[in-house]
Design a protein around this ligand. Structure first.
Ligand code: FAD
Length: 545
C-alpha cells in the first residue's frame, strides 16, 4: 500500500467526501481513507445489515470522559474539547463529530433543510465567493435529493404530539413546515429520534449505504480506521497523504488531487498538522456551529408517542413580537430529557439511553431550538493528534452572548405558548422563569451539550485574504488540494447543513471530473434530474423570505 498511487485520494467519507466519491469514482482511480470503521454490507432498506444493526443497538455517543470505563463510551465519534466560556477558559465542553464511514450522514437525524432564500446573498457579501447562488446550486440539490430519496412523510405516520404542535402553532399564526428527510422504507421505529447511532434498518440514506457503495462498485478502494495526519507537499503541490492505521504510518500518493473531507473540525486539523495555517492564517478560523436548547413539557395523558415515528416531524422559525422570523429554528416534537444538564453531559441528547428514557416517560414531549446565527465565530487550533476548538459563545459576563440570549428568550416564550395551547401541565424552561435564572439555565444547557453543525473553518471566498479555498473548494495558493465538506461553507446558513454539504459536493464533483480529470460527464454514471423540479420551499421547509 505504501507506494500506491491514485488519481484522487479522498480523506474522510462523510456527507461531503462520501458523496463526492460516488460521483467521481467512475472517472478515475479513487482511494477513500476514513478515520472510523466501515460498517459494510449491502444496503437493505427496511431491514439493515447485521453489522449496522449491531452498531445501532450497542453504541451511543458516549461521555465526555473518553477513557472512563464506567460509561458506555461510543466509538463512532470524535469528542473534541471545545472551549465555550470566555470567562472560564479552563472549562471545556465537547464538539461531537462523527468518526465512521458515512460521517455525519450516517448518524444524524436526517432532517433535510435547504438554506433559506435570505442566506444566499450572504455568501458573496462575506467572502466575495462567486457561484454560491440559489440558482447555481438548484440542480445540485435536486440531484442529491433524488439520490437520497428526500421526501416528506404523510401526517398519518407522525406522532400525536407533532400533529397537535402543528395545529397549535398555526392557530397562533406561525407558519409550520413538515420536515423533509432522506430516508427510504422507514418503519417509523423512533430510532431517528436518537441520532448518534446508525439507522438500524438502513432507512437513513447516508453516504455509507448510497454513494460510498457506488464508488466501490466503480473500483474505488476504501481503507477504514485510517487517520490522515499529514498532507504530502512537493513543489507547492499536494501529492499525497500520510495516514496512521494500527500504529503504522502509511504514505499514499495522488496523481491529480487530494481531497480533504474530514469535517469542519477534522479538515483544518489536517491542514494545521501539515503547516498550512502558517501560509494562510484563515485555516481553522470562522468556525460557526448551532447551539441548541431543548424545551421539555409534561402533557396530560400518556399517548403522545414522542418516542415513536420519525422525529422531528415539524419545523418553524421562531417569530418575534412583530411576527418576523428570527434566527432560531424549532424542531418538534421531541426533546425530553436532554434538558437536565446532567443527562445531557452523560449521554448527550442522542443514543440508545435517550430513546430508553423517552419510552419510560410517555407523557413527555418537547421542541429543540437551534440558534442558527450566533454573532461569534470560533476557531479550530492544534493538530490531528492534539485538537482544540475555541467557540466562545459565552462571553466575559459568564452568559451567552447577548444576541443568542435574546433569541433564546423569545424562543422559550413562543414554544411555551404553543405547548400551553396543547394543554401542557408544565413546561421547562417555563415562560415566567425570572430572566436572571433563565440566563443561567440557557447558558448551562449550551455549555454542557456543546454545539453541532460545525462549519466554515476553511471557507470558500475570492481570495486568501479572507478565505481558504475558491468557489469549488480548491485551496488558494497550493495546487492539487481541495476541501469538500462543511468547512467550506462561506457564511451563516439558517438551516441544518447536511443538504448544502451534499449539494456542494455534487457541484465540486463536476469540477473534479471535467477540470481535474479532464473527462466529459457521462450521464450514464449519474442519476437524471426529475421531470418536475421540487422547489426548496416545497421540499425543505425553507421559508421564502
Ligand atoms: C448527532 C447529529 C445529528 C445531526 N442531525 C442533522 C440533521 O438532522 N440534518 C442536518 O442537515 N444535519 C445534521 N447534522 C449535521 C450533519 O450531519 C453534518 O453537518 C454533516 O454530516 C457534516 O458533513 P461533513 O462532510 O462536513 O463531515 P462528516 O460527515 O462528519 O465527515 C467527516 C468524515 O471524516 C472522517 N475523518 C475525520 N478526521 C479524519 C482524519 N484525520 N483522517 C481520516 N478521516 C477523518 C470522519 O470519520 C468522517 O467520516 C447532525 C450532526 C450530528 C452530529
Amino acid at each position: 500500500m505504501a507506494e500506491e498511487v491514485y488519481d484522487v485520494i479522498i480523506c474522510g467519507a462523510g456527507s461531503g467526501g462520501g458523496f463526492l466519491s460516488g460521483e467521481v469514482a467512475p472517472y478515475g482511480s479513487v482511494l477513500i481513507l476514513d478515520a472510523g470503521p466501515h460498517l459494510a454490507g449491502e444496503a437493505n432498506h427496511g431491514f439493515g445489515s447485521p453489522a449496522r444493526r449491531r452498531a445501532a443497538t450497542q453504541i451511543n455517543l458516549g461521555n465526555y470522559h473518553p477513557d472512563n470505563p464506567f460509561f458506555n463510551r461510543g466509538n463512532l465519534f470524535f469528542s473534541y474539547p471545545m472551549y465555550m466560556i470566555e470567562a472560564n477558559p479552563i472549562n471545556a465542553s465537547i464538539a461531537r463529530e462523527a468518526r465512521v464511514v458515512g460521517g455525519g450522514s450516517f448518524i444524524n437525524v436526517g432532517a433535510w433543510i435547504r438554506p433559506r432564500s435570505i442566506d444566499w446573498p450572504g455568501f458573496a457579501e462575506e467572502t466575495g465567493v462567486e457561484g454560491w447562488t440559489k440558482a447555481e446550486f438548484e440542480p445540485h440539490f435536486q440531484k442529491a435529493e433524488q439520490i437520497l430519496h428526500v421526501h416528506r412523510d404523510p401526517r398519518s405516520v407522525w406522532n400525536k404530539a407533532s400533529i397537535l404542535y402543528e395545529q397549535a402553532a398555526q392557530s397562533l399564526g406561525i407558519p409550520i413546515y413538515p420536515v423533509a428527510s432522506n430516508r427510504f422504507r422507514c418503519i417509523y421505529c423512533g430510532h431517528r429520534l436518537n441520532a448518534g447511532m446508525p439507522c438500524k434498518y438502513d432507512a437513513l440514506m447516508s453516504t455509507a449505504i448510497t454513494q460510498v457503495p457506488k464508488a466501490l462498485s466503480f473500483g474505488a478502494e476504501i481503507v477504514d480506521n485510517a487517520t490522515v495526519v499529514r498532507i504530502l507537499i512537493e513543489n507547492n503541490r499536494a501529492v499525497g497523504v500520510t495516514y496512521t492505521r494500527e500504529r503504522e504510518a502509511i504514505t499514499v500518493r495522488a496523481r491529480k488531487l487530494v481531497v480533504l473531507a474530514a469535517g469542519a473540525i477534522g479538515t483544518p486539523l489536517i491542514m494545521r498538522s501539515s503547516g498550512l495555517h502558517l501560509i494562510n492564517d484563515n485555516v481553522g478560523r470562522f468556525l460557526r456551529a448551532h447551539p441548541g436548547v431543548p424545551l421539555d413539557v409534561l402533557l396530560p395523558g400518556d399517548d403522545w408517542n414522542s418516542d415513536r415515528g420519525y422525529q422531528w416531524n415539524v419545523s418553524h422559525y421562531i417569530h418575534d413580537e412583530n411576527g418576523e422570523p428570527i434566527d432560531v429554528l424549532a424542531f418538534a416534537s421531541a426533546a425530553f430529557p436532554s434538558n437536565t444538564p446532567w443527562v445531557a453531559a452523560s449521554i448527550g441528547f442522542f443514543g440508545k439511553p435517550y430513546k430508553d428514557l423517552m419510552r419510560r416517560f410517555r407523557q413527555r414531549a418537547g421542541v429543540f431550538l437551534f440558534e442558527k446565527k450566533p454573532s461569534r465565530f470560533g476557531r479550530v487550533v492544534g493538530t490531528v493528534e492534539g485538537p482544540e476548538v475555541f467557540y466562545p459563545v459565552v462571553d466575559k459576563s459568564g452568559f451567552l452572548e447577548p444576541k443568542m440570549l435574546n433569541d433564546f428568550h423569545i424562543s422559550v416564550r413562543q414554544a411555551n405558548e404553543i405547548f400551553r395551547r396543547m394543554g401542557a401541565i408544565t413546561t421547562f424552561p417555563a415562560a415566567d422563569t425570572p430572566p436572571a435564572i433563565l440566563n443561567q439555565l440557557l447558558t448551562l444547557f449550551v455549555t454542557t451539550t456543546g454545539a453541532i453543525h460545525s462549519q466554515g473553518t476553511c471557507r470558500a471566498g475570492a481570495s486568501p485574504a479572507n478565505s481558504v479555498c475558491d468557489t469549488y473548494g480548491m485551496v488558494h495558493g497550493l495546487d492539487g488540494l481541495m476541501c469538500c465538506d462543511a468547512s467550506v461553507i462561506p457564511h451563516h446558513i439558517s438551516s441544518n447543513p447536511n443538504s448544502l454539504i451534499m449539494a456542494l459536493a455534487n457541484r465540486a464533483s463536476e469540477f473534479v471530473i471535467t477540470q481535474i480529470l479532464g473527462r466529459a460527464i457521462n450521464p450514464e454514471f449519474h442519476v437524471s434530474l426529475p421531470q418536475r423540479p421540487q422547489s426548496d420551499e416545497a421540499l425543505a421547509g425553507g421559508v421564502a423570505v
